[in-house]
Design a protein around this ligand. Structure first.
Ligand SMILES: [Zn+2]
Length: 61
């Protein structure tokens, strides 16, 4: 499987979805390719962490 170049949904920059990452995704059972570059993914994750404990009941185990 060759490396893929994908346009980030958030910042429109291109990033490489590398062969090893594709293998990782497959292993995890993800059908979809990532929509965002690693930077945006990290930012999103960070955001979620910041919101933790912010009054939402969902996922509060
Ligand atoms: Zn991005």
């Amino acid at each position: 499987m060759p490396d893929k170049t994908i346009d980030c949904k958030d910042c429109n920059s291109q990033f490489v979805f590398s062969e090893s990452e594709q293998a990782f995704y497959k292993e995890k059972g993800f059908d979809n390719e990532p929509q965002r570059c690693p930077d945006c993914r990290r930012a999103k994750k960070q955001q979620r962490n910041d919101n933790r404990g912010g009054g939402r009941r969902f996922g509060n185990r």
